[in-house]
Write a protein that binds this ligand. Sequence first.
Ligand SMILES: Nc1ncnc2c1ncn2[C@@H]1O[C@H](COP(=O)(O)OP(=O)(O)OP(=O)(O)O)[C@@H](O)[C@H]1O
Ligand SMILES: [Mg+2]
Length: 493
Amino acid sequence: MREYWNSFASLLGVLAFCQSLLQLIFPPQLRFLCLKFFNRIFHLFSSYCYFDITEIDGVNTNELYNAVQLYLSSFVSINGSRLSLTRALNSSAITFGLSNNDCIVDTFSGVTVLWEHVVIQRQSQTFSWRPLPEEKRGFTLRIKKKNKSLILDSYLDYIMERSNEIRRKNQDRLLYTNSRGGSLDSRGHPWESVPFKHPSTFDTLAMHPQKKQEIMDDLEDFANGQSFYQKTGRAWKRGYLLYGPPGTGKSSMIAAMANYLSYDIYDLELTEVHNNSELRKLLMKTSSKSIIVIEDIDCSVNLTNRKKNNKRNYCDPEVRCGSGSACGGEDGGNSITLSGLLNFTDGLWSCCGSERIFVFTTNHIEKLDPALLRSGRMDMHIYMSYCSYPALKILLKNYLGYEESDLDYHVSKELSDVVDKAEMTPADISEVLIKNRNYKQKAVTELLEAMKTRADRNFKCGSLRGKISDEEEQEKRALETPNEGSEFEEPCK
Ligand SMILES: Nc1ncnc2c1ncn2[C@@H]1O[C@H](COP(=O)(O)OP(=O)(O)OP(=O)(O)O)[C@@H](O)[C@H]1O
Ligand SMILES: [Mg+2]
């Protein structure tokens, strides 16, 4: 056996020698042919095969090249002695890369592979619609021939997956908006984006810890549920309806969800969408691993339909534009309808892209069309309630750094007794605590006073409180939609 290997090694040595000799003696064309011939023979006997992944494929950027670069960056930082460093747009992290013509060994499923980063000068600028870089870059993957089929497919898939993860981790989250009202930017995108830096997390969110845990588990199950969704033939998406009075943390919850899963947010302003087909286009331009949000859903769809349909009740099936009717009603398909919206979240269109979460918020669940609430449409209905005692403890910890044990026994007893009766939102309570955050004792005393006053008032004039909050609500709507805020309609009976 050893003799066989010795003779094989000497054969390779001779071939390499002939190659260099040819370079000296023959003219270039002949040399090229001979080299090709010897290379063929060399590869025939070699136990390795090679794959080139170039940076530019024709004139398009090769996604696989970028993925490999990012993937290798996750472990070259430990091994390399000379590395290239990059920081991408919108990223707060620095990534390491292999320097020119450096190699690195990787192991996947017990198989060892070698990566080489190849950089060569481009000889002459060939004709191209866009200027090409002066250097030709690429990665060469060397693997044993016998492992080729075993690892090629799954290894490359694994690299794509890992690189996406790294990219998401490195890149700051983005908040997209369609506030341009359907016009496209220079790259044909209907969404505008800004870095998303909302500090709300599930730790800072004041709500019952058990309920919070349920939501976190549900999100986790969703994010790890690719195989489940595939196996059951369901689109990989999930819908949450957040409802409750203003200031109870619906928007904060959305931010916490995005931060928890590291997803981007698409804040869909329905009043800026002119018709159902525009809505579909917007959906097609959203990326996976994102949360698509429609805030105050009772106002958006309701208002548009009502406006387009001369104040008819939007629960009317014609207005809702159910199956068979011409969507858009009287204006020849020039409005967004409830059925268009449902198709967007639930129908065939909802499946373009994957791993997406839809979140609708409302202050008035009773005003929503039953079609939106039907089981299976929104997977979870989450009531964001007035502040409870467990939620209050979280706020005290957030704003004052107080644990329950830091409070005087009588004070904590009084707080726990009065908090439900006071019916104050976390936003109300936060305001009192922020104002006095440098005087902790005073903050607690003032909060207790405010709660007692509110509880008394609620007890004395419960019906009046209802009116007040309705006024607050109308005021809020008027501020948000100055021209349309006064047009409130009776909820569906
Ligand atoms: N559950 C909560 N936990 C922590 N902070 C909260 C909570 N609810 C409200 N807040 C505080 O109150 C402010 C307003 O809350 P947020 O905008 O999330 O309420 P909302 O329910 O979305 O109200 P709206 O119905 O008016 O949109 C937030 O900036 C946050 O600081
Ligand atoms: Mg909100």
